[in-house]
Design a protein around this ligand. Structure first.
Ligand SMILES: Nc1ncnc2c1ncn2[C@@H]1O[C@H](COP(=O)(O)OP(=O)(O)OP(=O)(O)O)[C@@H](O)[C@H]1O
Ligand SMILES: [Mg+2]
Length: 365
């Protein structure tokens, strides 16, 4: 098993630089996820690690072995890297049975027949396809085909698995089921998994650590799912991780006021703000409460949508509109259902402070 390490890796196609001086380490045995918008370079990173392409500059290591470096003239071919790969389109061979699909890499490696059969059966077992060995792909569901691709990647006992959106073609239930199976594979085999997705929910559920990329191919933050969700390093990451309110604020007299009002917010950042400084307070709709007494901040309900278990409000405070989500049952019990046009109080339970420009670091909190 092995770490995967990228040091100052750049990739340029003709004039288009996908990323520049990228540093990244996935530790031995962890599930490390690249999460970022379409086109940010996730698949390119996977192709470089697999060895299907060479970086334009920089080095890639697997364990202590330098596997790619144009400068050093090193390029280990894919078959020498002990990497299993499942790419976005998970192509399984349509004319081969499940068994023949999975055993294929071992035939190429000329593994003795007995051993190859034994390992193939074990791989099929590990993805719960036992009993379907003789089916052809068209006789399988999308999720089962996906598992054939996983078994085929696993059969060579790779130290590293590269999984590029392997669940993107599945319905929600199957996606959840496969998520558990991938986690289980990681646990039972100890394989290092590099996982690519643009789905935050999958990333949070599956990963030991996540790297958030932006569309310029930069890594904005690396951390555990909890760190990324609870402590986003900038407003880009904050926004990427869920529905967000960004409320423009200004600093004055060691207080932080909502723009367009003289209403201060509780618990301003500890650092004294230079007077007149403008930035944003960020919060999730579920981290805001409405109150009856107009305190601590007063606003007006402009929209109310009943969504079953929650009520979704839009509330204006000064010139800002804030989205608020309240549990329906609790709101009913506490007489906290508001009509459109009604004044209300607003309490912010978890504010984070960021510079207005999402390319900058967070304000010290
Ligand atoms: N062979 C290539 N030649 C030129 N440009 C390429 C090549 N491969 C990828 N690119 C460009 O590199 C950028 C990153 O592509 P990549 O496939 O890594 O995106 P991604 O993050 O995987 O997106 P998605 O989530 O849509 O799969 C894109 O702008 C793409 O057009
Ligand atoms: Mg991709």
């Amino acid at each position: 098993m092995a770490d995967v390490r990228l040091e100052k890796v750049s990739k340029t196609y003709e004039k288009h630089t996908v990323f520049h001086d990228l540093d990244l380490t996935a530790y031995d045995g962890e599930c490390f996820t690249l999460l970022g918008p379409s086109g940010c370079g996730k698949t390119v990173i996977m192709r470089l690690i697999a060895g299907f392409e060479q970086p334009s500059s920089g080095s890639i290591f697997i364990g202590d072995t330098l596997v790619s470096s144009l400068e050093a003239g090193v390029h280990l071919p894919p078959e020498s890297r002990r990497i299993g790969v499942v790419f976005q389109d998970y192509a399984v061979w349509p004319h081969k049975t499940v068994f023949d699909n999975v055993i294929y890499p071992l035939r190429i490696q000329k593994i003795p027949k007995d051993e190859a059969v034994r390992r193939t059966n074990a791989a099929i077992e590990s993805v719960n396809l036992h009993g379907l060995e003789n089916r052809l792909p068209y006789q399988l569901s999308g999720g089962q085909q996906q598992r054939v691709a996983l078994a085929r990647a696993l059969v060579s006992n790779p130290g590293i698995m590269l999984l590029d959106e392997p669940l993107c073609n599945l319905d929600a239930n199957l996606r959840e089921e496969m998520r558990f199976e991938i986690k289980e594979l990681q646990r039972t085999t100890g394989v290092t998994i590099l996982y690519v997705t643009h789905d935050q929910e999958i990333a949070l559920a599956l990963s030991d650590r996540i790297a958030i990329m932006d569309d310029g191919g930069r890594i904005r933050q690396v951390g555990t799912p909890y760190e990324i969700f609870e402590n986003p390093s900038d407003s880009y990451v904050y926004l990427f991780m869920g529905v967000s309110n960004f409320i423009p604020v200004r600093a004055e007299n060691n207080q932080v006021y909502i723009e367009g009002t003289d209403q201060p917010l509780d618990d301003p950042p500890e650092d004294t703000m230079p007077a007149g400084r403008r930035f944003v307070a960020a919060c999730r709709p579920t981290d805001v409460e409405l109150t009856r007494n107009g305190a601590p901040v007063s606003g007006i309900v402009v929209r109310r949508n009943f969504l079953g278990p929650i009520i979704d409000y839009r509330v204006t405070i000064g010139g800002s509109e804030v989205r608020v989500q309240q549990g329906t049952r609790e709101a009913l019990e506490r007489n906290l259902i508001f009509d459109e046009g009604e004044p209300c109080g607003v309490r912010f339970l978890a504010l984070q402070w960021y510079d207005s420009d999402s390319s900058e670091e967070r304000v010290q909190a």
